[in-house]
Design a protein. Structure first.
Ligand code: FES
Length: 111
C-alpha cells in the first residue's frame, strides 16, 4: 500500500519544467507535460549521484517524452523511466512514481 503526498497545485508547475518535491523521505522530480499530464521520477541522477533531475531538460523522441540529465546528458523516457541513451555508460533506469491530479488540481504523488 502506498501513501499519497500532496506536493503542489498543477498551476504551480510550468509546462515542461521540473520541480523538486519530498515524498516521505524520497526526493522526487515532478514534471508537468504539455498536455497537463504530470509525471514523477527519482530526483537522484543515477550516473552522477547528484539530486538534480528536476533541473533536467524535457524533450521528445518519437512518441516518448524524454528527460536529459543536466549533468552528463544521459536521456530517459520520462513516463517509463527507461534509459534511452546512457551516453556510453551502463544503462540505468529511473524509478517512476504514480501521480494523480485531483479535481481541484492538487498533485499527489505515491511514495
Ligand atoms: S553536483 Fe550538484 S549540480 Fe552538479
Amino acid at each position: 500500500m502506498s501513501a499519497w503526498t500532496t506536493v503542489c497545485h498543477v498551476e504551480d508547475l510550468l509546462p515542461e519544467r521540473g520541480a523538486a518535491a519530498l515524498v516521505g523521505d524520497q526526493q522526487v522530480a515532478v514534471f508537468r507535460l504539455e498536455d497537463d499530464e504530470v509525471v514523477a521520477v527519482q530526483q537522484r541522477d543515477p550516473f552522477s549521484g547528484a539530486n538534480v533531475l528536476s533541473r533536467g531538460i524535457v524533450g521528445s523522441a518519437g512518441e516518448a517524452v524524454t528527460l536529459a540529465s543536466p549533468m552528463y546528458k544521459q536521456v530517459w523516457d520520462l513516463r517509463t523511466g527507461a534509459c534511452l541513451d546512457a551516453a556510453g555508460k551502463e544503462p540505468q533506469d529511473l524509478r517512476t512514481f504514480d501521480v494523480v491530479v485531483d479535481a481541484d488540481g492538487r498533485v499527489r504523488v505515491a511514495g
